[in-house]
Design a protein around this ligand. Structure first.
Ligand code: NAD
Length: 510
């Protein structure tokens, strides 16, 4: 018996009809294994999706590749118009798409709306970018020569996504890939196929309305170990953009590298906030709380470690315990809910096991860490654990609301603790002291791809390049000049001297 239930899923505006086929190549296909999609909110089924077979995957990739041969010839600003329309269509469907994201993976409605907003934002960004795919010109050392570089489309971009951002990660890649003249073959997480089908249907409508081949945005739903590996190993997939766990990324990385394919790896994080005694305690508490509880701790940028100055440790700890104990846990569609369920029962087990390991290794549970079966299978209370910085478990990313608290004495010690994990995605310091914040941002400071001051580790904006160092994989996507990974650079030397001259002064003797 569940404490609440949701109204019947109606995806009329997204054109849903049963059965849902998991493959798209301009037309829909999918005769592979059937998969029932279950909502973590109530554990009730949302629908059934068919996977694609290897033969269907081959047809999808071939169509997507062929569609690219025409798409790359379309002027970039015209491609930008398509992305503008995609953003407009997302605006129209924002509410409904956000609702689907919540139903399918359990993040709160407010967060889902934020996720769809991020899709809209990246479309806006990409529209401007479609007129700014700049190459440089350089002075040539040779008389009456010119040097320039230009950027060409790559081809098919294989986009493999994680469950926790079931729509935004596709859009970060797709909006850029489309203006860059690439086509996209998306393999979403098997935990969130409905959101992927919804986005693909939106893209299909937009591309059709312009008369372009809708196979430009293709879809192949299936298991990572079969469909994923077909993407990893096929040379027609020029760039693989993989978002997921570190072990998954290690596997994908090896296969793509083996064939010298291009790679964007967006892998796990183990993000910390340094809370200085010279910072604002209220800001620190709110940054830490949202960072750790948001999306039930299932963000790659979730705050997992708090490194707190010893002089404020007791005050900070008692305040955050209070906040944790007041957390409203429940139906993520309810506006007042702060934390919804974990994505599935397996995630609950992993969370519980991690807490037990922390205990076994000498950590102290300060609050939370309970299963709430009365709410449903996937609900837990968020957990705070006091640990020493050398506790082995804190080296790992537990993808759940498990937050470690530890003390530090000096700022250098805090930075050393912050950097002493294999992952390098996001980091933050809460301080009003300029010497501390500058040290944190300097080369001797945080070793992460994202380093923030007086704001938390999660909640990146699309304008900046997003990604992390070390085991987070080194990839960058979204804003800034991340678009360059989606194109190939060509350097041109042009001679208008009427003669032939070699560089470096080398003489040609006949
Ligand atoms: P996961 O690694 O289980 O799955 C990610 C994707 O990889 C899924 O689509 C899965 O089907 C696919 N996959 C599995 N085997 C594959 C294979 N052999 N070849 C190709 N693809 C394969 O991750 P998850 O549980 O869905 O997501 C959580 C993880 O993702 C966390 O570690 C989180 O930190 C990370 N993540 C990172 C970012 C980032 O930007 N750095 C963003 C979101 C999530």
């Amino acid at each position: 018996m569940h404490a609440f239930s949701y109204p019947q899923l109606t995806m009329d505006t997204l054109g849903f009809a049963q059965p849902l086929l998991g493959g798209f190549m301009g037309s829909w296909a999918g005769s592979g294994k059937r998969q029932q999609v279950v909502s973590p909110i109530t554990s009730e089924p949302l629908g059934t999706v068919t996977n694609v077979t290897p033969a269907e995957f081959e047809a999808i990739l071939a169509r997507c590749h062929n569609a690219g041969l025409a798409w790359r010839m379309v002027p970039a600003p015209k491609r930008g118009e398509v992305v503008k329309a995609l953003g407009d269509e997302l605006r129209l469907n924002k509410d409904e798409l956000a609702r689907l994201v919540t139903l399918e993976m359990g993040k709160t409605r407010r967060e889902s709306l934020g996720e769809v907003q991020e899709m809209i934002d990246i479309c806006d960004f990409a529209v401007g970018l479609s007129r700014q795919l700049y190459g440089l010109t350089m002075p040539s050392e040779r008389r009456q020569h010119r040097l320039q570089e230009q950027w060409h489309p790559l081809g098919v971009v294989g986009v493999i996504t994680a469950f926790n951002f079931p729509v935004a990660v596709w859009s970060w890649n797709t909006a850029l890939a489309l203006v860059c003249g690439d086509t996209v073959l998306w393999k979403p997480s098997s935990k969130t196929p409905l959101s992927a089908i919804a986005c693909t249907k939106i893209a299909e409508r937009v591309l059709n309305s312009f008369g372009f081949d809708p196979a430009i945005c293709s879809l192949a739903i299936g298991r990572g170990s079969d469909i994923g590996d077909l993407i990893n190993t096929d040379p027609r997939v020029a760039l693989v953009s993989y978002t997921g766990s570190v072990p998954g990324g290690r596997h994908v990385g090896k296969l793509v590298q083996e064939r010298f394919g291009r790679l964007i790896l967006e892998l796990g994080g183990n993000n910390a906030i340094i809370v200085s005694e010279k910072g604002d305690l209220e800001i620190a508490l709110r940054a830490a709380y949202f960072g750790a509880i948001g999306t039930s701790g299932q963000r790659c940028t979730s705050t997992r470690r708090l490194i707190v100055h010893e002089s404020i440790y007791e005050t900070f700890t008692s305040r955050i315990i209070e906040m944790y104990q007041k957390t409203k846990i429940g139906d993520p569609l309810n506006e007042s809910t702060i934390m919804g369920p974990l994505v599935d029962a397996q995630a609950v087990t992993t969370f519980m096991e991690a807490i037990q390991t922390v205990r076994n290794q000498g950590g102290r549970i300060l609050c939370g860490g309970d299963h709430l079966p009365d709410l449903g299978e996937c609900y837990v209370t968020p957990c705070l654990a006091e640990v020493s910085p050398d506790l082995p478990m804190i080296q790992e990313e537990t993808f759940a609301p498990l937050l470690y608290l530890m003390k530090y004495r000096t700022i250098s010690e805090a930075i050393a603790i912050q950097n002493n994990v294999p992952q390098g995605l996001s980091s933050a310091i809460i301080t009003n002291n300029m010497l501390e914040s500058e040290l944190f941002l300097s080369v001797a400071g945080s070793d992460c791809g994202i380093a923030n001051v007086n704001t938390g580790t999660s909640g990146a904006e699309i304008g900046g390049a997003f990604g992390g160092e070390k085991e987070t994989g080194g990839g960058r996507e979204s804003g800034s000049d991340a678009w360059k990974t989606y194109m190939r650079r060509q350097t041109n030397a042009l001679n208008f001297s009427g003669d032939i001259e070699l560089a470096q002064g080398i003489q040609l003797e006949f």
